[in-house]
Each structure stands twice: as structure tokens, then as C-alpha cells.
Ligand binder design. Structure first.
Ligand code: ADP
Ligand code: ZN
Ligand code: ZN
Length: 806
């Protein structure tokens, strides 16, 4: 007997279950199967085969769902790693790789056990139900529920099952997506026949039919029925009548739903590399075949031509008969990148993301699987595209948080999974960024990655220096009596740019808005006396709390430093910025870009297009405008308040502020004119802001890595966040305390040293959609160790290597 370990769709369970393989079934790793689980039959994926069962009593696999394996053993290997590393259920990890629309519900059906026979004494409801089932032959539980009510249907169903009058079966619901087929018309009549028929039809006043014939006789290709009907305004009957006379034939043609059909492709030739690009490309080529496939960290300032290097690398793998995947942080924000790839590889670019219709996703997925795409572009989930013979994984803007899945299990980081995948299949990885993640740069320093640099920015003027950055101390503005959101220098610069007919972007960091309190008079920020992180404002309890140690004080009325009573929450939205701009520049045309303004599909493209065409002078936006936009007419970028990010209770606050400031600065002066950047802050001396103003990543890195080392933050340690949420705050806290004791006991029992437990504390977003959240943070060299073998109670989530605020 052979046995299979099966990952079953069971929320929260990290283990797999052992089943015996009946001899008549031919089963491979990666197969989708039906297995009995409790009293039901449920879908599962085979993840391992063995000759020995892992438990004493095993049930048998019921049957195959698909006769082919949806997964390769490599994919199962990757899923295993994800499940182990991120402490997530194996099924969740496997589910990442399922084709679009595969996640289907199971449906329970009832049928009569014996077609006919004497019925025992039954209640009227039972009789009625039984008759209903007999009449229909096969009835789904849902149908019974609709007819008799949910409780009643289940109760009677169970009774009938129990007395062996009916049997139950389970099936997957019908596939939600299928290839799209469209009826097409082809003329079969000869020229002469058409002539004769037209005469006949006109005589009998069948003018529409005649018109259809005439139209078709001029077409060289089969034509869609819908197109004919629209062009000639005729009925389907007219076409059918011609079909009946064997003058034309109607057939079904599969249509590809193409998400890039809106692009007007302009095939581009290879540009001559600049000397810097040439050097970078040489270095990549030189190290390509050194032992195990390398990971390159392409560190190049914004606009230095990294995309061109990605395209060259793709050319190289394609020449080797392989293919690539390119991840971008958020596809809606990178229409320009997609366009450049599509122009370079016309018709050979696949695109996968959740913004596409399920039909488009399905068709793209099939195309990719059928080897039609040189490269697949998409957000983190595109890493799991079924790209055959994958030889290169590119991660653009590798430092972005968007690569981490935070909202559901598995809480994976696409960069780390990509590195693992590349290792499993022997693919090359290129990580690109102007401001690499501190942890990535550290690995490059340690020689784990090959560092490749691009130092100059390419503009139509040739190489150009990065824009000059001025730091404005907002405390001085207040002293001078300026209480507006804009400093005097920003106002002057805006006035100049507008007078020259140039464009401006104003950046507002929305993350952490109104979460800390700062005195606008003396810039005092309330901090924890024990941990020094900024205290977080909790509107629920009207308190300021420390996220490290749970120190809390009521919201103060006056500033302890200058006794000002003007304490305010730094809660400014794009609306407020727009209002102030209008006051100062009533004639300027404004565009607002934030998540609220852009929920429609293609809204980003439209907004961006309209700004690029200079239909607006000022673009006001949040994080989203900082991403890789190429806006040549922007000469001024203003950061309204750099401190919002700095005062987040997060060890990465400095890194984020630095990255965002650099990104915003990188937006200005990419065209013919030099750019200018103004950073407004209450902390002008902060090293993240100072380094951003000088565009000096390395100096920032050097200070940051010292700080990380000193406080034992990543990359010198690892974090795991455990979070519990519930509508009852007290219950939530008690549950977190209980968990904390359990973990401390485990630590003791397993003799683990060097593991800190931080918390329990309310999570940064302590209340989300009416649910309270408390969290525990584990920190150590291998914090997962303490959790091995532990089963977390329902309601807990695990986030390994969290990137959000901790
Ligand atoms: P990055 O990806 O580093 O931000 P891009 O690849 O967007 O930089 O390049 C910035 C600009 O320079 C783009 O407009 C691009 O078309 C142009 N560019 C890149 N490489 C070359 C080259 N070799 N010759 C001419 N223009 C180039
Ligand atoms: Zn003060
Ligand atoms: Zn504290």
C-alpha cells in the first residue's frame, strides 16, 4: 500500500493528513483529490508520497478531482517552504499557485438510496422532502434550504440519511471561468451563387439578408456575428436564414480576453546603453554563470535606467530559451513600465493581477502556461504564474512593502519567496531599487548578493544631477507667524514654477496621520519615557499609549515643554492641502491622487495621463505619487510634512521616511529643466531627512545599520507578530495575556535563550472594523522555534518577518 500526505482546506491547520492510496488510483505529488474528512468529503492536494503511513489508522483517498496534476513537484516544494517559513497552513501555500477561478465551493447533493420501494412511516415533512428529491433525481442541499429553510432542510436531510433513504455526494461547483467563445460567420457560397442569391433575395424583399451576403462577400476573414449585426443593424434570424440556405456557416471561435488591448504598441529598438549602464550590464553578465545562479542588487538612483537593464537581462534569458517574471509593487501605478515591456516584446508579455476580470486572468494564465509569454509582469502574486522554464526573476522597487502579503495567510514576502524559488529552479534574480531595503543592502555588503550600481540619472539633457533639496524647519515658520501648511520657501517656489508654466507635485504621507501628537509651537513630541518611541493616539480610549511597553497617559491639554495650549493632531488630508493651494493660487489647476479618488479601473492611467498632458498644474497625492512615475514637466516637488512617517512607533520609521523622501525627490527635474525639492519638517536635524536631502543612501545606510545593530533589530534578529482580534477589548487583552504566558512557558520548557517577548500591547491599528486587536511580538535569532508544535487557538494570526508597524 502507498500513502499520501494531503493538504486539506482546513482554516488554521498547519498539518497535512495521511491517506491510503487505493490501488486503482494513479496518484502523483501535486494531484488534486477528494478525501473523507470527518463526515464530509473535501478537496485536498497531495504533497508527499510514502510507503509508510504517518499515523496508525488511515482512510482512503476517495477519488481524483482532476486527472492531471495541477502542480509540479517543484511548486509543492516551494509551497512546503512557504508553509514552514511563514507558519501557515500548507493548503494556503498551495492555493497561491492555483489557476484563476479554481477556488471553488463544494456542493452537497442528495439522491434516493433505492430508486423505489416501500417507505417506512415518515413525518409529513420527511415525505415531502423525499418526494421532492425523487422528482428531481438529484437535489443540492442549497436547493433544499431554499425550499424548506436552512435549519429544517439540514435536519430532515440528516434524518433521511440516517434512515438510509437518501445518499449524500459532494461535487465541486461548476468552473466559474471558461474560455470565451464567440460565434463567427464564414461565407461558403461561391461568387456566382452570391450574385444569384442577391437577385432572389431582393426580389423577395429580404433586403437585410441580401445586405449580409453582400457585406460578407467583401470580407477576407470570418466575421463575428455581433459585428455583422451591429454594422448592418440586422437580426440574428437574417443570418440564421442564410445559414439554413447553406450560403454561410456559423462556427465558434475562442477569443482571448486581452488586458493590454488598450495599449497602442510601438515596437522599440534597443537603445545604446549609456557608459554607466554598459558597466552595470558587463558586471551582471560577468557574474551570471558564477557557480549557483546569482542574485544581483541593482542599486540605481531613480531615472538611472534600471528598466533598460531588466530588458537586457530578459533578452539574455530569452536567447537561452528561457523566460522571466518581473514583479512590480502595484501594477496600477506602473502603467509606464508595463508599456515599455509590451513595446519591447510585442504580444509576448503576460500580465496577471486581481484588477483584471476573472476571464482575463484565466486567459492570461492559459497563455502563460502555453509558453506564449517571454515575461509575466504583475504584483507579488504574479510570482506564482505558471511560467515554464523560468530563468529570471526581476523585482523592481524591491524595498516596497507591497511585496508582503499582510492581510491573509500565508503572510509571505514575495522577495524572499522569489529567492527561494530561484534557488529551487536555478534562476537568476535581479532586485532593483534606488533605496534598497536595509536588509538587502546588508546582504550585498556581506557578499551574498552582487551589488551593481547606476549612479547617474538619464534625462533628455543627458546625465543630470539629482535635484537640489532644501530642508525647511517648520518651527521657524511658526515663529515667524506662518501657520499655513506651506512654508514661505515652498510658496515662493510654487509661484515661480507656476509662472514658468511648469508642473508641481505635493506629497503628503498619509500613513500614521493623527497618530502622534506634536506641539506646533516647539515641535515637542510625546514619547514613551521607557522606550523613546512616539506615543500613539488612541481615539477609542482617548489615551496616548506606547506600543512597546503599554505605558499610557490621558491625552494632555498643554505642551509640557512650552506650555502652549495649541496641541493638535497632525491629521491633514489631501483635501485640506487642496483647499490651501486654492487660497494661495486660485487659478492653478489641481489634481488629487489618493486611494479615495482612484477606485475605478484605469482611474490611475487616466489621472496620470491627464497630468502628463499638462491638463493640471499641481498634483497632490499620497504615497502613490512617489512611485516610479516619469513626469518630465515636473520641476518642483514638495513634501508637506516629513515627520508623519518619522514618528511612527516602528523601527523602520527612519528607513521609510528616507525612502519616501528620495522617491518624491526623484520625481522632480526628469525632463529638460532641472528640478527642485522642498522638504518641510519639524526635525531638520534627523539623519534620515539629512541623508535624503543629499540623496545619500550610503550615509543613511551606515547610520541605520548601526542603530539596528545596537537595538538588535533586523537584519540582526527576526520578528514574529502574533495578533488576536475580537469585538470585546477585555477578552482580547486576556487572550493575549494567556498566550504570553503559554509562550514564556514554552521558552522555558524548550530552554530557548535570546528570545524576547514584547507585549501584549494593543496593535498599532488597535481597532479595525469594530474589532479590537492585541499583539505579541517575538524577537530572536529564530523566534519560530518556540512556536514549533504549538497549535494556536482560533482567532490568532501569525505574521513572520512583519513589515508593518510593530
Ligand atoms: P529607472 O528604472 O532607473 O527609474 P528608467 O529606466 O525609467 O530609470 O530610465 C529613465 C529614463 O531614461 C527613461 O525615460 C528611459 O527611457 C531613458 N533611458 C534609459 N536608458 C537609456 C539609454 N540607454 N539611452 C537613452 N535613454 C535611456
Ligand atoms: Zn511645545
Ligand atoms: Zn514604552
Amino acid at each position: 500500500m502507498k500513502y499520501a500526505e494531503v493538504a486539506v482546506n482546513l482554516p488554521g491547520s498547519r498539518s497535512t493528513f495521511c491517506y491510503a492510496i487505493p490501488p486503482q488510483l494513479n496518484i502523483d505529488v501535486g494531484q488534486a483529490v477528494w478525501v473523507p474528512f470527518g463526515s464530509r468529503i473535501t478537496p485536498g492536494i497531495v504533497v508527499e508520497l510514502s510507503d509508510q503511513p504517518s499515523v496508525e489508522a488511515t482512510k482512503e483517498i476517495a477519488k481524483l478531482i482532476t486527472d492531471y496534476s495541477p502542480f509540479s513537484s517543484m511548486q509543492i516544494g516551494l509551497a512546503r517552504w512557504i508553509s514552514r517559513h511563514y507558519l501557515s497552513p500548507m493548503f494556503d501555500a498551495v492555493a497561491l499557485m492555483l489557476p484563476p477561478g479554481f477556488g471553488r465551493q463544494t456542493i452537497t447533493y442528495f439522491q434516493l438510496a433505492k430508486p423505489e420501494g416501500d417507505l417506512p412511516a415518515l413525518t409529513p415533512e420527511q415525505t415531502k422532502t423525499l418526494h421532492f428529491i425523487r422528482e428531481k433525481g438529484k437535489v443540492s442541499l442549497r436547493e433544499l434550504e431554499r425550499k424548506f429553510g436552512m435549519k429544517e432542510a439540514r435536519r430532515i436531510g440528516d434524518q433521511l440519511l440516517h434512515s438510509h433513504l437518501v445518499v449524500k455526494s459532494q461535487e465541486l461547483e461548476k468552473a466559474r471561468v471558461k474560455p470565451k467563445v464567440v460565434p463567427y460567420v464564414k461565407l461558403i457560397a461561391s461568387k456566382n451563387e452570391v450574385k444569384d442569391e442577391m437577385v432572389r433575395l431582393n426580389k423577395t424583399r429580404a433586403y437585410k439578408q441580401a445586405a449580409v451576403l453582400e457585406f460578407l462577400s467583401r470580407q477576407t476573414q470570418p466575421t463575428a456575428v455581433s459585428q455583422i449585426r451591429k454594422r448592418l443593424n440586422c437580426s440574428l434570424e437574417a443570418i440564421k436564414a442564410l445559414e439554413n440556405h447553406r450560403l454561410l456557416s456559423i462556427g465558434l471561435v475562442t477569443i482571448r480576453r486581452d488586458p493590454l488591448s488598450y495599449l497602442k504598441l510601438k515596437p522599440t529598438s534597443l537603445p545604446v546603453l549609456t557608459p554607466s549602464q554598459e558597466a552595470a550590464w558587463k558586471s551582471i553578465q560577468g557574474n551570471w554563470n558564477h557557480g549557483s545562479p546569482p542574485v544581483f542588487l541593482l542599486f540605481g538612483v531613480t531615472g538611472s535606467g534600471k528598466t533598460e537593464i531588466y530588458l537586457r537581462a530578459l533578452d539574455k534569458v530569452i536567447a537561452m530559451g528561457k523566460r522571466g517574471i518581473c514583479l512590480v509593487p502595484e501594477i496600477a501605478l506602473t502603467p509606464q513600465t508595463v508599456e515599455r515591456f509590451a513595446n519591447r516584446f510585442p504580444g509576448r508579455v503576460g500580465i496577471l493581477h486581481s484588477g483584471l476580470s476573472l476571464g482575463e486572468q484565466f486567459d492570461e494564465w492559459q497563455r502563460i502556461k502555453e509558453k506564449e509569454c517571454n515575461v509575466v509582469i504583475g504584483p507579488r502574486s504574479a510570482l506564482f504564474a505558471p511560467q515554464p522554464n523560468l530563468g529570471l526573476i526581476i523585482i523592481d522597487e524591491e524595498h516596497e512593502w507591497a511585496y508582503k502579503q499582510e492581510d491573509k495567510s500565508p503572510r509571505y514576502h514575495a522577495r524572499d519567496v522569489a529567492l527561494k524559488l530561484a534557488e529551487l529552479i536555478g534562476a537568476v534574480v535581479i532586485l532593483g531599487s534606488a533605496t534598497p531595503d536595509i536588509e538587502s543592502f546588508y546582504k550585498a555588503q556581506m557578499g551574498v548578493y552582487h551589488l551593481v550600481q547606476l549612479k547617474e540619472r538619464i534625462t533628455p539633457r543627458g546625465y543630470s544631477p539629482l535635484p537640489k533639496v532644501n530642508i525647511v524647519d517648520m518651527k521657524e515658520e511658526l515663529k515667524a507667524g506662518n501657520t499655513s501648511l506651506f512654508s514661505r520657501s515652498l510658496l515662493t517656489a510654487m509661484k515661480e514654477s507656476l509662472a514658468q508654466g511648469e508642473q508641481i507635485i505635493l506629497f503628503l504621507n498619509r500613513r500614521g496621520t493623527a497618530t502622534f501628537i506634536q506641539c506646533p509651537n516647539c515641535a515637542f513630541v510625546f514619547r514613551c519615557p521607557r522606550c523613546s518611541v512616539a506615543l500613539t493616539y488612541h481615539s477609542v480610549e482617548s489615551k496616548l499609549t506606547c506600543h512597546r511597553c503599554h505605558y499610557a497617559i490621558p491625552v494632555p491639554q498643554t505642551c509640557p515643554q512650552c506650555f502652549s495650549r495649541r496641541l493638535k493632531f497632525l491629521g491633514v488630508g489631501t483635501q485640506r492641502v487642496a483647499d490651501e493651494v486654492r487660497q494661495f493660487f486660485p487659478k492653478a489647476r489641481l489634481l488629487r491622487w489618493d486611494r479615495d479618488a482612484t477606485t475605478k479601473r484605469y482611474a490611475h492611467e487616466e489621472l496620470l495621463g491627464s497630468f502628463r498632458d499638462h491638463r493640471a498644474d499641481i498634483l497632490i497625492g499620497t504615497q502613490m505619487i512617489a512611485k516610479g512615475l516619469d513626469l518630465p514637466q515636473v520641476t518642483l516637488a514638495g513634501i508637506i510634512n516629513a515627520d508623519t512617517g518619522l514618528n511612527l512607533p516602528d523601527f523602520r520609521a527612519g528607513e521609510r521616511t528616507f525612502q519616501l523622501s528620495c522617491q518624491v525627490a526623484g520625481r522632480a527635474g526628469r525632463g529638460l529643466k532641472a528640478g527642485k525639492v522642498i522638504i518641510q519638517t519639524y526635525s531638520p536635524e534627523n539623519y534620515a531627512i539629512q541623508a535624503a536631502a543629499k540623496h545619500d543612501y550610503v550615509s543613511f545606510y551606515n547610520q541605520e545599520i548601526d542603530y539596528r545593530r545596537q537595538y538588535n533589530y533586523p537584519p540582526f534578529s527576526h520578528f514574529i507578530r502574533l495578533a488576536y482580534s475580537h469585538t470585546n477589548n477585555d477578552l482580547c487583552r486576556r487572550e493575549a495575556e494567556k498566550m504570553s504566558h503559554t509562550i514564556l512557558d514554552e521558552r522555558e520548557k524548550k530552554g530557548i535563550t535570546g528570545l524576547n517577548l514584547i507585549g501584549p500591547v494593543p496593535a498599532f491599528a488597535a481597532r479595525v472594523r469594530g474589532r479590537y486587536r492585541w499583539q505579541l511580538i517575538l524577537r530572536g535569532s529564530d523566534p519560530a522555534q518556540v512556536l514549533s508544535g504549538m497549535i494556536l487557538p482560533q482567532g490568532w494570526t501569525i505574521d513572520v518577518d512583519p513589515v508593518g508597524i510593530i
